[in-house]
Every structure is written in C-alpha cells, then in structure tokens.
Design a protein around this ligand. Sequence first.
Ligand code: CO
Length: 170
Amino acid sequence: MLEILTYPDKRLRNKSENVRSFDAKLHDLLDQMYMTMIAKNGVGLAAIQVGVPLRALIINLPDENGDQSIKNLIEVINPEIITKEGSIKFNEGCLSVPEYYDDVERFSDIVVRFKDRFGSDKELEAKEYLAVAFQHEMDHLEGNLFIDRISIMKRKKFEKELKKNRKKKL
Ligand code: CO
C-alpha cells in the first residue's frame, strides 16, 4: 500500500504534469492507488496524494445500493473540462485532509475529456456527485485542496483545530 500525503505536506501543492507513457509503470501506479484508496475508504484519489506529480486520478463512487464496486471505477488521465454549468453545494472530504468535512460549491454538470490507462480518448458527462468528484480530484492536479475553497472564517477555524490536535499528539 502507498502512503497518502496529508495537509500541510507541501508536496500536495505541486502542479502535476501530463502523463506521456501509458506503460506498465502507469498501470502499476493506478493499481496501487486503487488498493490504497479502498483500504482508506476513499471514493477518489489523485496521484499527487501518493507523492506522484502526474495528471492521473481515480474515482469510484458507491452505486445506488451503497456498494463500491470496481465495475464503477473510473481511471482518468490528463483530464480537461470541456463544458461546465449549473451549481451544487456538496459536503466534501479528502483523504489528504483527514477528519474534516465542509460544504463546497461546484459546477453540477460538466463534460470531461481524458485518456484511459491505455491512452485511448474518453469523454464523459458527469452530474452532481460524479461532477463534484471530478472537480475535487482535478483540483489536486493543480495543487489545490477543497479547504482552499471554504470561507476565510472557516479556514481559520480549521487551521486552529489542526494546530491544537497536533499539540495533543506530541
Ligand atoms: Co482530495
């Protein structure tokens, strides 16, 4: 299993680079990311969260029965948002920001173009939860975190709590 970087680790602020080789090394990374994400009960993970600054991410949302099936796993390489509209407020969390959740406003309907692990072109229309997941994970590729999108007041409170909790652990 891979180690997940957590805030305020500076590596999370790196801007990720395009994937150029759709080779066994990439496939191994994606497989390891999947195992790590499932072990940590996550629904999405970007490569930079395991310290690899490549534009690769995975999303695996639970289905209507709440089951997180590998059938619904989406592997996303070098994504681009083609169209975006509408808005949705969603309570987000992140494996790199443990134990913190907050409402973030995102586009509710997007069309994304990306490549799969073999370098084939894909296009997908994503709505609501899936649209939120894409935008959250794509933020990671730019070195952004969902806590950058909350209000200054909430952010200050979050930073204060983080310091307090760190002291406790000493
Ligand atoms: Co995240």
